[in-house]
Design a protein around this ligand. Sequence first.
Ligand code: URA
Length: 265
Amino acid sequence: MSDDKVKCNDVFFFNDLVDVIVDLRNYLVSQNFLGLDYYGPIDNSLWLPPQMPVIMDESKKIHEARYSKAILLERLRKRIGDCQKCRLSETRINLVFGEGNPGADIVFVGEGPGREEDIQGRPFVGAAGGLLDNMIRAMGLERKDVYIGNVIKCRPPGNRNPADDEISACFPYLEEQLAIISPKVICALGKFAAQTLLNTKVPISRLRGRVHSYTPSVSTGERISIPVVSTYHPAYLLRNPGQKKVVWDDLKVVMELAGIVKKRR
Ligand code: URA
């Protein structure tokens, strides 16, 4: 078994363990509620308000899943550390891990950090990021509702295109992020994101307009495959604003797959 597989199994074992602990806690408290305290007294104050019937409602489940995903992402970030897997580590200022809601239904995937992202260590914070923010707002969401990452985590010098070996070195990190978050839909921004996720060389103009699917190389424990909507990169849109209409069409598909009803303002 490869080293990466072992690490991923470890990650999902941890996730399962969290589920077991939560289930056990609920079982014990429900037994207590029914007056069956043959296992001995438990201190409810450690778990839930005293004598609460333990029906775990949906929002609590979502909250706990989000919490454990946040922990897993943090552990992955620590493991990546000061990555030296490719030459981009020699010229980067900051590694740009990605950010957002660990329990997001939508993950946006870009190409890689540009100058501003390299300086700040955050994805999509330059001019293209401003446009991505507007796109997210147009969907009735905020940046904190979604997760934003990139195919590569370090800036190629002079904003050149990422090389194949740099993508091969870095993509497994994104795969782990996607496996942890397990979103309902991935929105691939631009050629590099779409082609890497879909393992194809088909041009973005032909990938967009149809829903494809990303099959995680590691089990997500939640989904066997994740729908991918490919669209033009916001940086391309800045140069070609006439394409905003088709991008909006793509975003509407993303919203539909995520089950989003646009909030009224
Ligand atoms: N372009 C990208 O593809 N990603 C970023 O994070 C910023 C610009």
